[in-house]
Design a protein around this ligand. Sequence first.
Ligand code: GLN
Ligand code: ZN
Length: 756
Amino acid sequence: MTPQPFTATILGSPRIGPHRELKRATERYWAGTIRRAELDSIAAGLRRDTWTALTAAGLDSMPTNTFSYYDQMLDTAVLLGALPRRAADIADDLDRYFAAARGNDAIQPLEMTKWFDTNYHYIVPEIGPDTRFALNPAKVLGEVKEARDLGITARPVIVGPLTFLALSKAVDGAGAPIGRLDEVIALYADLLADLADAGADWVQIDEPVLVTDILSNAAELTAQTYRLLGGLTKRPAIFVATYFGALNGVLAALARTPVEAIGVDLVAGGYQAVGAVPELADKTVVAGIVDGRNIWRTDLHTALGMLESLRGSVGELAVSTSCSTLHVPYTLDAEPDVDPALRSWLAFGSEKVTEVVALARGLRDGREAITEEIAASQAAVASRRYDPRLNNAHVRERISSIASSGATRGPAADRRSAQNERLHLPALPTTTIGSYPQTTAIRKAREALRAGEIDQVEYTHDMRAEVAAVIALQEDLGLDVLVHGEPERNDMVQYFAEQLDGFFATRHGWVQSYGTRCVRPPILYGDVNRPQPMTVEWATYAQSLTRRPVKGMLTGPVTILAWSFVRDDQPLADTANQIALAIRDETVDLQAAGIAIIQVDEPALRELLPLRSKDKGDYLAWAVGAFRLATAGVNDSTQIHTHLCYSEFGEVIGAIADLDADVTSIEAARSRMEILDDLNAIGFSNSVGPGVYDIHSPRVPGTAEVAASLRAALKAVPAERLWVNPDCGLKTRGQDEVVASLRNMVDAAKEVRVDG
Ligand code: GLN
Ligand code: ZN
């Protein structure tokens, strides 16, 4: 077949709507205030607007089926008939879909986990012995038709068979899902025939799993899959897209199959290796040169140079973003507060499309055709390089001299005795992770502040009242170590970003995190510095209300890094150290203000773990180094806590021990004993608080249940090292559940202290 060649595209686009229209509509549908037809029509409107805007901007190939009501992996499970059996009885297809994603009274939801090393979470399909695959192409075909009705030729995007199976989870004793590859390939073959009938001349099959070490025989499986699909006679032209890293040996294997186009991530993967694969000489290479997941403007001069040097060694060359722009906000136009210099350095979703189109034009018509665009991008690059905010001599000098300037803490045993002498805590001390329910009153006050209806003084006054209520509640419950409840924080990263030099917090820079949940990652553009204390007044106010110790609450450097858009002009490790220094300053000030316990949360420690095994050691070394830099400025008698959640910790267990926090609270509702055993296995001997109940569910755990799990934990950890706490912060929970759960938790601790 001779498909229409294309020159400028993107791999996918945001779908929540420029003003989060889809989020709002979906939540209204869940609440029962709108019907299916209205939701569908809002969704169709968003797709139409997206396609029309992308066409107008000059793309000549249009990704479709990148829209989703919840998640693309879940969509693929539906496509392949692989929803779990427990959802099968729900008659309405959309309700069944949402039930699989979110659960309901009767059924457990599917798990959710991070999409590679991004902050997007996908739904993990379950493949069991009774999974009967069957093709259900309605959504994919529907979008092809919808686009055609608008006069647009669709390039449907589907998650590839290798990625789908590698990221799914085996259940009920089934073997690894990849063992079912043959069956699944057969369904993809049928789908390709359907797409050809529907008039699609290209299909994009996403195989990001090929940039990881997840499949040990990736090259073979790639050859097997794409020789078969490529060998079909009735099919659209196949574009296999990869992203988030380099393909290494798999690139040549893929290039030897009969697919027409291969997408490579030149931002994360480099371009030299691509030029060195002779088999690409008769392929279309879709060059992901515009960063799809960070917000920096592309240096068009350099980018065009790379493309020109690739051109000779491949068949056709098309320009693209490195991955879907799902990971960046819609447009810079929505950010009135960015100063002109910073604005000139940035490119959000729609600005990236403009860059792709310009590069494609430069490639086709020569550099002269985009002289102005190149000049503007070079001016931005120069302005960024010389901006004083990116090079704070004071910060840089402190980093380099920190080893000699900072106090270093003593050995763990000395610290423990100093802390025991100061704190006099009972065995099995009870505490919480930091946040208490974000009540409607809190949200209203924040809204009112933003809208200018109340001023900062009144807002602070309201939040202090919340703190006082939370302290009174904890005293009443009889908790041993209290917290102020974090009512003043919109978000555990943004709150700090707003107070640190070097960060810009966007107004509308929403990015989908999962389902209808969106986040606004701050932009970390410059050298990080803490102009003044950030949390000391809140902590000391809370401490003034009680004789029990109040924990100071900080977010750790790795988590701040992971949940921001980070500068790309220096190693991540250097940026992490700068943040660490700012957090360290805060710990020292908290200590000076009389705070005896400080918690530095690192829920994202696991998240930034590189995709390739060989890179993991380096990462863990600098991540642990940054945490220790942040926490080693205090005395032995100040107790350092950390908190970890959201992941399987197996791979990073050694790093958790190396953090050397005095107390580590860790999400463990599902596998408490495993974590304790893993920690024991590596000789971890600091204190640990494995979460005793799951805060992600509204269920209130009974006293006996918590006591039983404490007794089980005591088999692995002695009472003097075991803490009692929930799995994570309580901000998403309702007040009544929280009170009931904590009361039972405290009762259970008391019971176990007495009876053992
Ligand atoms: N201290 C934070 C809270 O309690 C921790 C949140 C988290 O672990 N994600 O909300
Ligand atoms: Zn947590």
